[in-house]
Design a binder for this molecule. Structure first.
Ligand SMILES: Cc1cc2nc3c(=O)[nH]c(=O)nc-3n(C[C@H](O)[C@H](O)[C@H](O)COP(=O)(O)OP(=O)(O)OC[C@H]3O[C@@H](n4cnc5c(N)ncnc54)[C@H](O)[C@@H]3O)c2cc1C
Length: 459
């Protein structure tokens, strides 16, 4: 590769904080609010002009893992619950008690943006929007600052503790922290995909369902529709009955490779349009429907993760394992969307995979057994504090989908209910360590757990 030499430059430190949170998605919002409410000076850096990450930029929903596995018992509390309640009070989510009876908390991504600004600002957090984390400065074995690029130029944000909630472990990676990417077999993570919004939808008469499904199956079999199931009405990411928010498209490859990410955006957008027009023409009730919104960002499920002293495993999910240092509860199962990006006839990467396309992972017999994918009924598993630490830097914590977990473990913990809960723990830990003048690994997990219980986070 040809290279170019850049002139050496001095970067101004434009802000300093006790806790710098990188990324304002579900894992970043709760981290920032928690740290600020614990008394820390907090800066939240976000590349877009709004918060929410996949919840808003990806239009992803509902919030999963809010309750025990298949049981109406809450497993998240604290700030994540407050977020759900605030959304509901703004008409932007299904009320909590109703959501407990459902598989997730359905919400409006647009109202989420307003709610997120409010909850973060009320906590006293300084937000830096339109700021892309492009580098990091390390000094004496600790991260000293993150380097951001924005309309004002190249700037440094210094901090005592850093919470990486970028989803892609961008801050950690730029600092040179040890990270992983996808499954060990070939480094592939789960496929990307998208959700989009169709408005003006009326219910499809029941008697038409079978014929509609047959048509969709034919279009999928010919790969005209590169969608992973024949569902034609999905109200997953909306609170309105006249909207459908399909979660169907997919693209295999790494979302931290710029060229692949570009291809993913184009392919998935085209597929969303194709799916919408096909449905409008073929699904009774959708004749007058319209494409209401496409996401800002293609949906990303799994990329880089920070290596911590413990990686949460698929066995932990299956066993409903609780740890002495559990700082969050989770219940989602080992839900691995085909890392090859194939969409037909299968859906998930497990022993029931019916894909005909080449797959070295399948040939090697490495697929998980379909019956070994779920936590025990009515139960949950813990996320240990050790999975939020970094083996590389004592002042770095991870949050959301870049915590330390195996490919299988991450397939369970990557959902938003868990990312929100992990965020509260990460922010609380960073603030406590800053207050005590110790490094994050020295913070006794019991002290952290006690604080989380006090704040209603561990229900
Ligand atoms: C197609 C699809 C369907 C899904 N379905 C569901 C579902 O139904 N329910 C559910 O609960 N979960 C679902 N998920 C998973 C869930 O949405 C994500 O795993 C979750 O949002 C991760 O939260 P996070 O905060 O870790 O990361 P993200 O939501 O990715 O947020 C990261 C934030 O960091 C910012 N950022 C990233 N890099 C930088 C940088 N370099 N500089 C500055 N800012 C940066 C981003 O803009 C973003 O705001 C789905 C995911 C996909 C892709």
């Amino acid at each position: 590769m040809n290279t170019i030499s850049e002139p050496a430059r001095e970067t101004p430190i434009v802000a300093e904080a006790d806790v710098v949170v990188a990324g304002g998605g579900p894992g970043g919002i709760t981290a920032a609010v928690a740290a600020a409410r614990c008394g820390a000076k907090v800066i939240l850096i976000e590349r877009y002009g709004f918060l929410g990450g996949m919840a808003t930029a990806g239009m992803i929903g509902p919030i999963l893992s809010h309750r025990a596995h298949n049981a109406p018992v809450a497993i998240i509390g604290g700030i994540p619950r407050e977020i759900c309640d605030r959304l509901a009070s703004m008409g932007g989510a299904v009320p909590w008690e109703a959501a407990l009876k459902d598989w997730g908390v359905r919400f409006s991504p647009e109202i989420f943006k307003v709610m997120a600004d409010r909850i973060v600002l009320e906590a006293g957090v300084r937000i830096m929007f339109h700021s892309y984390i492009a580098d990091a400065v390390v000094e004496n074995g600790r991260i000293k600052a993150l380097i951001i690029e924005n309309k004002s130029g190249r700037q440094a944000v210094a901090g005592r503790f850093f919470v990486d909630a970028t989803g892609d472990a961008d801050a950690a990676f730029r600092a040179g922290a040890k990270t992983t990417h996808g499954r060990p077999f070939d480094g592939r993570g789960e496929s990307m995909g998208s959700m989009f919004r169709i408005g003006g939808v009326k219910p499809c008469p029941k008697e038409a369902h079978d014929a509609v499904r047959r048509k969709i199956e034919e279009a999928r079999a010919s790969d005209y529709l590169h969608t992973y199931n024949p569902s034609f009405f999905q109200p997953s990411a909306t609170v309105r009955s006249d909207e459908s928010t399909p979660n169907l498209t997919r693209f295999g490859g790494s979302a931290v490779d710029a060229e692949t990410l570009t291809q993913a955006e184009i392919f998935v957008r085209e597929q969303s349009w194709r799916t919408f027009t096909f449905y409008k023409e073929n699904v009774p009730g959708m004749e007058d429907s319209f494409l209401a919104a496409l996401p800002t960002n293609v949906g990303v499920r799994e990329t880089r993760q920070i290596v911590g002293p413990y990686a949460l495993t698929g066995d932990d999910v299956l066993a409903g394992r609780k740890f002495d240092d559990s700082i969050a509860r989770a219940s989602w199962w080992i839900d691995i969307h085909c890392p090859m990006g194939y969409s037909h006839p299968g859906h998930l990467c497990n022993s029931k995979c019916a894909m005909k396309q080449p797959c070295a992972f399948k040939d090697a017999g490495l697929h998980l057994k379909i019956e070994k994918m779920h936590p025990p009924e009515g139960d949950w598993y813990g996320v240990p504090y050790r999975s939020l630490l970094s083996v590389s830097f004592p002042n770095l914590l991870s949050s959301g989908r870049c915590i330390s977990a195996t490919h299988e473990g991450m397939a369970g913990t990557r959902v938003m209910g868990t990312c929100l809960a992990i965020g509260q723990a990460a922010g609380t830990a960073a603030a406590m360590a800053a207050d005590k003048g110790i490094e994050a690994p020295q913070l006794p997990a019991n002290d952290l757990r006690r604080k989380l219980i006090e704040n209603g986070a561990l229900v």
